[in-house]
Design a binder for this molecule. Structure first.
Ligand code: MRU
Length: 350
């Protein structure tokens, strides 16, 4: 079940707000409505929103294809800003938009119509690369998963959060494909329930053993020795290895350290933001308070109480056993290790 499809010149998004009870695809051909789909969580997950933003930039170019060059580029700049502001934490969004703009600007002498065609190809390329990258992450990560592993994950870093295969769940998929027995505990992931709604749905459809727990149960399970390792995705990783991910990830990392359990982050290069020295600089999205005060439209908290709803937290690098990327595994990440890893991988941040 693809989260993102591009068919007959239309972007189709699986509406994740209604999973697991309803499987509905919504159609997009305008960048503004695609930006709203990102904002409203029709599509979510760092690599997935990056890919959608790339298609949205291609849609903006198509809309402007009959404009003159000045109007074309000023329209593109406006679309880029609108898309980038849709969600602030996952850097894959800005990364994809910047990559698309760079391609547009490199087409000196081409008409807006020609550039629009090239941008659509680039968006397809970003989507295709994401699948391939996730498979590579999966294969590197699978080496770290012992047979019969009981793995705890948080939020959804699966096929639904990417163009396909997933990052953290991709590692689990690859371990299973390699013949290992893996059973997964999925944190339900309050308040938006990406774990119980999405991760549990995605894994159970593939017959990968999955058990939902409430977020506050993880420590108890670790103490009971029911968990062998934790693996999560990331939304933005700073130059020193500090990693932002769904709220609750930091608590899990602290718990894992207290129980001497490995704690892995699986993420593509597009999730790294080497312009930020530390995780302190990562912008943290705050979402609306009804996510806390209401449940499926019904109020569950008293009227008038204060609410604070940060959607992400930052896990300091010293809590990470390793970061699993498409070019290999960075153990005990530090600024120096990240720097030499990227240098060796010849990573050119496009
Ligand atoms: O708010 P969401 O659902 O977009 O948050 C998603 C996460 O935190 C994921 O773990 C992260 O984006 C990695 S997805 C491969």
């Amino acid at each position: 079940m693809d989260a993102i499809r591009f068919e007959r010149n239309k972007l189709l998004l699986l509406d994740q707000r209604f999973l697991p009870t309803e499987v509905i695809y919504l159609e997009y051909s305008d960048w503004r409505t695609a930006a709203n789909a990102i904002k409203d969580m029709v599509v979510r997950g760092a690599p997935a929103i990056g890919a959608v933003a790339a298609f949205a930039i291609a849609m903006a170019a198509d809309e402007l294809k009959n404009a003159d060059a000045t109007a074309f580029f000023s329209g593109m700049t406006m679309a880029a800003a609108g898309l980038k502001s849709a969600r602030p934490t996952a850097v894959n969004l800005a990364w994809a938009v910047e990559r698309m703009l760079k391609v547009a600007k490199s087409q000196v002498g081409s008409s807006p119509a020609q550039i629009a065609g090239i941008l659509l190809m680039e968006a397809k390329q970003i989507a295709q690369e994401d699948r391939e990258i996730n498979k590579k992450i999966g294969d590197f990560g699978a080496e770290l998963i012992p047979d019969n592993a009981r793995v705890l994950t948080h939020c959804n870093a699966g096929a639904l959060a990417t163009v396909g295969y997933g990052t953290a769940l991709g590692v689990i998929r690859s371990a299973v494909a390699a013949g290992k027995q893996v059973s997964v505990y999925a944190d339900e992931t309050r308040p938006y329930l990406q774990g119980s709604r999405l991760t549990a749905w995605e894994l159970s459809r593939e017959n990968i053993s999955v058990t939902i727990i409430a977020d506050n149960m993880a420590g108890f399970l670790m103490k009971q020795k029911k968990i062998d390792l934790v693996i999560v995705g990331a939304d933005r990783i700073a130059a020193n290895g500090d990693a932002a991910n769904k709220i609750g990830t930091y608590s899990l990392a602290v718990l894992a350290a207290a129980h001497q359990l490995p704690f892995y982050v699986a993420a593509p290069f597009s999730t790294f933001d080497l312009t930020l020295e530390t995780g302190e600089e990562i912008p943290i999205e705050e979402r609306c308070e009804t996510e806390l005060t209401h449940f499926y439209g019904k109020r569950i908290a008293p009227e008038g109480v204060g609410c604070y709803n940060p959607s992400f937290d930052v896990t300091p690098a010293n809590y990470l056993t390793a970061i699993i990327t498409e070019a290999g595994v960075i153990y005990c990440p530090t600024r120096d290790k990240l720097q030499s890893f990227f240098k060796e991988a010849g990573y050119d941040r496009r």
